[in-house]
Design a binder for this molecule. Sequence first.
Ligand code: ADP
Ligand code: MG
Length: 644
Amino acid sequence: RFIAPENLVRWHEHLLKARLDGVTQSRETSLKRQDGSTCYVSLESLYLKSPTDRRGENNGGSVIRVAVVDITTRKLAEENLRQSELRLNRAELIAGTGYWEIDLSTKKVTASGGARTIYGVEDQELTLNDIQNFPLPEYKSRLDEALLRLIRDGKPYDVEFKMKRANDDQVIDIHSISHHDTEKNSVFGTIHDITNIRHAEESHRLLVRAMEQAAEGIVITDAAGVIQYVNPAEENITGYNSDELIGRKPSIFKSNKQDQKFYKDIWNTINAGNVWSGRFINRRKDGTEYHEDNSISPVYNRTGNLTNFVAVKHDVTKQIEIQEQLFQAQKMEAIGTLAGGFAHDFNNKLQVIAGYVELILFNKDLPETLISELDQINQTVVSCTELIKGMMVFSRKTPVGLQPIAINKIVEQTRSMLTRSIPKMIEIELLLADDIWSINAVSNQIDQILTNLAINARDAMPDGGKLTMKTQNITLDEEYCSIDPVAKPGRYVLIEVSDTGTGMDKETVSHIFEPFFTTKEAGKGTGLGLAVVYGIVEQHGARIICDSAPYVGTTFRLYFPAIEEVHEEEYFENKKPPRGQGETLLLVDDEPNLVVIVSRQLVGANYRVIKASNGNEALSLYEEHREEIRLVILDLLMPGMSGK
Ligand code: ADP
Ligand code: MG
């Protein structure tokens, strides 16, 4: 009744065995209790053949005595143990870890399921030797040493190495910690497969290296905008080191060039989970401003929460400077064209006025009053011509009459002229390089440049100061020119004119070379001084750069291309107006008045003049008079066919 039907066979077998063998080994099975629960039992039986009585008579019937021992408690404990081993094994597999133990006297190794999985071995026997052969060769000696030390000093070891797994030849990373059990004379420990962790670490390291070496500035903040990381490029750009930035907010870079709304817009954009890109003006640690292109992105964690912001920044200060330089150059070119065209036409008209005045003055019987009035006209024309000349110089593009000159001499000459127009309270200092190279130039134009610059310096130092003129040889190499795109590599003579005057702000500097730009009160300045300087510099294929700071002073640097040889130069030529010997000239100009006047003057100087008012007429007249014409005087700018 207590034996479950499926166990019946077992019971019968057991009893049969007892009968055959006389006594049985213990055998485990189970019984059903009355209350339905299971009772584990162990059976042990003894077969007694029909016992004989004193007379040796068999009373019939043999007996099997069965001892039934309740082993339920032990059975359950065993089951628990099995379950907990199973759990341990599972945990090891999931965690990629295992346990091993080496009996040092037998060199036998006990390895847990997890350890065997990592080693890649089934349940074959393992010895110390096997274990020592798992690591890749380059790690072996180190590990053996660690084991020796562990046994000798009893100090636990903690090592990392690579090994090839036995069953699939895969190379894996292992972290192992082991201890010494002196009582059992064994060594035991754990191994942990850290291949995935290593890979993650490596890609993390790669990421960090890339950020550290990126040319762009990178800033990472938390969701509240507190800086967590800046890369070295950002340190370079801002002048702060990362310790000074971590824990601060990016507002540390704020310049007052953007208003509150600008920053609010950024926050609104990125807090809404969008990327903000744009250009900022920020402030470095030293207070200077810089422009940067900035793109700020929100960073989300795995669960989709916004945890960080990352800003990638590119310093575009240099680029903007270059753009501004190019813009300046283009502006000057446009103004030059405008001024040149205007000056040319206006000059023609002035010459017409001057010419007629001259013609009228030829008249011997003019009343005195008229003569003095005509003189007034003449003086006005002369002063207008001065203005116009300035504009013409400013706009002229082609160099005329360049000669090799020694610049130091001209500086010295200019200085001696200047002492007349510059008051004593301004000290003039010359710093002239001894072996200065020569330049190709028109000497009185260089003189003009120096004079104009010096006069401006004087005006900037009403209370006195120091004016310095300096010459110096300078070689611009490829490297320098790569950061200054307007410069070309080569040898230059640098002329520097600097003063300790009022200086100028940036805005003013950007206009100084424009004709008629002046900050001086009416009547004091024409605004042509620097326009003329600029024009001359351009004609010489040279370059001028102005550096100025309010209340500090101003420096003009002029770079003239140097030439090889030096020739003695001639400055002043004394020319008398030439007289002709009746030669025939062809005069071409589209301004009829000018043709009249110039031809009268030429006739007065003993020439014959053939007149043409445009290119086509000039060509056909030339065909006709080819033999007689000795010289052609052409207006360069004419409608239709130009002089050229
Ligand atoms: P002008 O002297 O007739 O005003 P310029 O073309 O010579 O005309 O100069 C233009 C302007 O540039 C000046 O009005 C002045 O504002 C500024 N400037 C030129 N040189 C200097 C200087 N050395 N220091 C300060 N400002 C200067
Ligand atoms: Mg001036």
